[in-house]
Ligand binder design. Sequence first.
Ligand code: NAP
Ligand code: G4F
Length: 328
Amino acid sequence: MSDTPRRALITGITGQDGSYLAELLLSKGYQVHGLIRRSSTFNTGRIDHLYQDPHDPEARLFLHYGDLTDASRLVTLIEKIHPDEVYHLAAQSHVRVSFDEPEFTGNTTGVGTTRLLEAIRMVGVDCRFYQASSSEMFGATPPPQNEDTPFYPRSPYGAAKVYGYWIARNYREGHNLFAVNGILFNHESPRRGETFVTRKIARAAARIARGEEKFVYLGNLDAIRDWGYAPEYVEGMWRMLQADEPTDYVLATGTAYTVRDFVQHCFAHVNLKWEDHVKFDESYLRPTEVDALIGDPAKAHDILGWKAQTMPDQLARIMVDHELGAMT
Ligand code: NAP
Ligand code: G4F
């Protein structure tokens, strides 16, 4: 048996999921390559703890500048890395922002997927491909949602992800690529971006408990989401690419929580009454809202043996505890 490590390319390695996936793949012995964007400030905070000197012959983590809007760069990178597995996580991933930047979101989150798939096809590399699809694609279709539920996206982001989903399937069916769509419901962690609602609430609860702020301003508290814990979801991504056949899977907890429930749990954890500290700001409302996402992960359980372990109440405590710890 060869001891050459398997090579994985992660787009979006600097994001929440990319950072957990890089940890997981390094722990499994992979050589991990990550696509990063040039920015005027450091953007590698979530993966700095994984840094390895690239001159070290033992190094297994390598970062490469690139962007989803730069097709020729994607071709040269695929040629250089020759990955066995590609995890395509990079995207403009914020739903509210996608209403402000619909064209940019379509270009990166949607067409960026085609650029990467074309790079793989043009170079002719034999690899497996994971597409970060989203429960946001279900949009207005009522729960529970599974792999057979029709899509009805309610945002430019959701529409771009539907395009990404179908283009990945097209490369599977048309070009025989081992391409899978992971249709992931919301998953969170202490590494979640600060402007997503769970992290925003957890931070606010901790800061208010410490007397550093008095109020947090939120939009729609009635929205229902199925919130899981991100490290468990990246394990599911990996399992999808180890399966015998390429197919699409929902990952979810199967539980329903409103934004209000999440607020209540976070504030109760620091012994505060949330009603005293939460105010409404209409600027956080969306032109069209996704009212309810509740996933049915039975297929992932049956075929991959994957099951979410952390439920939303426990997730709320993990996130608030992290914020309390981060400030001491
Ligand atoms: P995230 O934290 O927002 O990370 C997004 C990543 O994409 C970052 O590394 C970002 O780089 C990179 N990126 C953005 N635009 C890019 C571009 N033009 N070129 C190259 N890289 C670019 O997202 P996440 O929560 O980890 O989610 C990972 C993926 O899963 C995304 O595709 C998201 O849409 C999808 N998804 C997420 C969830 C969820 O609940 N978290 C659920 C379903 C699907 P910078 O660090 O430089 O900004
Ligand atoms: O945390 P959110 O911004 O996440 P959203 O829109 O569900 O999208 C996330 O999950 C998707 C999977 O379904 C991913 F594909 C996507 O990339 C992203 O990771 O908002 C959750 C809910 C919404 O209903 C929103 O209207 O919270 C509501 N909300 C209420 N107040 C707020 C706020 N959302 C944000 N971001 N900020 C608020 O102040």
